[in-house]
Ligand binder design. Sequence first.
Ligand SMILES: Nc1ncnc2c1ncn2[C@@H]1O[C@H](COP(=O)(O)OP(=O)(O)OP(=O)(O)O)[C@@H](O)[C@H]1O
Ligand SMILES: [Mg+2]
Length: 230
Amino acid sequence: MPMTREPLVRLRGVERRYAAGGAITTALHGVDLDVAEGELLALIGPSGSGKTTLVGVIGGLDAPDAGSVEVAGIDVTGLRSDALAAYRLQTVGFVFQSPGLVPLMTALENVSLPLLLMEKDPRDAEARARAALGSVGLEARARHRAFELSGGEQQRVALARALVKGPRLLIADEPTGQLDSETSAAIVGLIRSFRGRTTIIVATHDDAVAAMADRVARIEDGRLVAASRR
Ligand SMILES: Nc1ncnc2c1ncn2[C@@H]1O[C@H](COP(=O)(O)OP(=O)(O)OP(=O)(O)O)[C@@H](O)[C@H]1O
Ligand SMILES: [Mg+2]
């Protein structure tokens, strides 16, 4: 791989302060971070250290008070609301602790949804959604409604929904936080299997997640304190 390759994600001097309960919390304090294209980065740190805030700023769910966020050549901090919504829809796939599926929709409909929002042809969307469900081993559950699936199956559908659009960046915030260790291991293996096809940032408390990463970045009190290559 050429050494000069531009990072997919580049943060410089990112600050995020919250005013709540009569106090100001500095959730991010001058964060500089580069993530290479195709890299799998685990973001670890104690509860309240700023992991969710950091991935939220990268994914365009939240705006920093200062600093710059660039993803896939897009100046995320400079986007107005329409462009920001398009960025979140097209460039980033999200997986959270809770799957957040539409309960009455089938697995296939849930996974098709982002493509339909992107105004793709419905038949093409269905075919791609079916392939994405196959990639998480759930083709046989395509016609099940989300509420009829187990927690682990729902999280696999959520992963398929995040990946169906072929996002440049996958952001996962505690993706195994609600799962038992065996189910977690399956999700970890799946995330790892997408490494290289997309760039992945996973915020986690789970050692098994950190162990599969190419690099681990540690955050404490809103500051990145260490990044180690595995
Ligand atoms: N919307 C908000 N309003 C005010 N303070 C907030 C808000 N969101 C986060 N914070 C504060 O910012 C800090 C960082 O929170 P964040 O959710 O990023 O931590 P985290 O590392 O993801 O923690 P956890 O591991 O518990 O998920 C915390 O002190 C938190 O209380
Ligand atoms: Mg969090």
